[in-house]
Design a binder for this molecule. Structure first.
Ligand SMILES: [Zn+2]
Length: 225
């Protein structure tokens, strides 16, 4: 996910939504990478970014619409996938990325923990799913590394409970709120073939240059205020 540079979020209350689609159980996490996935992961070293799959081609869009399969937390290739996803995220200056965005249809995401001050580390989550969502929602801008066309505003639950599997294969659940909860929702949607353009406010996307100008102006005005 690409960062919304300043939060001008509006709080509203909408109907209750308590589950994130049709989640898989973390206990399903036994699958190993296919030969094709392994060859994509091992094609370059840990510091090398992977190619981002974008929705501006038919094949790219079709791939992004697929469901991510559970990953085996003990798979030895996970460390290299994680490193290369990190390199990809760093290069793209994003705040989150999901494995399908680099051509790996697996339930693996990286999320920048904006809520963990001051380091705001980028952490890996295996087979994540949202098991609870707050009734309260926030609207804010989102962009996506896989959607070059621009930015849009999306309502997301203000807080969530995420369940995921540790490297040791144990189920872990965590309460997350604020902007970090937004990043989790955006990335976990990718694992179910959902893009932010499917859930954003109706209307056209704002092109990147226009978006950057708007955000710069907002920042300037905040400085004066
Ligand atoms: Zn995205």
């Amino acid at each position: 996910m690409r960062e919304s540079l300043s939060a001008t979020a509006v709080v509203v209350l909408l109907v209750s939504c308590t589950s994130g689609g049709a989640p898989r159980s973390p206990a399903d996490s036994t699958a190993s990478f296919t030969d094709g996935e392994a060859s994509l992961i091992t094609r370059a070293g840990p510091d090398e970014p992977m190619e981002i799959v974008a929705n501006d081609s038919e094949a790219g869009d079709a791939f992004l619409r697929g469901n991510g399969l559970p990953v085996d937390p003990s798979d030895p290739l996970l460390a290299l996938l994680e490193a290369r996803m990190r390199a990809t995220l760093l290069e793209a200056k994003g705040v989150g990325i999901a494995a399908p965005q680099v051509g790996i249809g697996r339930r693996v995401i990286l999320v920048q923990r904006k809520d963990m001050e001051p380091e705001q580390p980028v952490l890996l989550y295996l087979n994540p799913r949202i098991v609870e969502m707050s009734d309260g929602k926030l609207i804010d801008w989102e962009g996506c590394l896989s959607i070059p066309a621009g930015f849009g505003r999306v309502y997301r639950a203000a807080s969530i409970v995420v369940e995921h599997v540790s490297a040791e294969g144990e189920a872990v659940s965590e309460f997350v709120s604020g902007y970090t909860a937004r990043i989790f929702q955006h990335e976990i949607d990718h694992l179910d073939g959902v893009l932010f353009i499917d859930v954003k406010e109706p209307g056209k996307l704002m092109p990147e240059d226009e978006y950057r100008q708007m955000k710069a102006l907002e920042k300037e005005q905040e400085g004066q205020g």
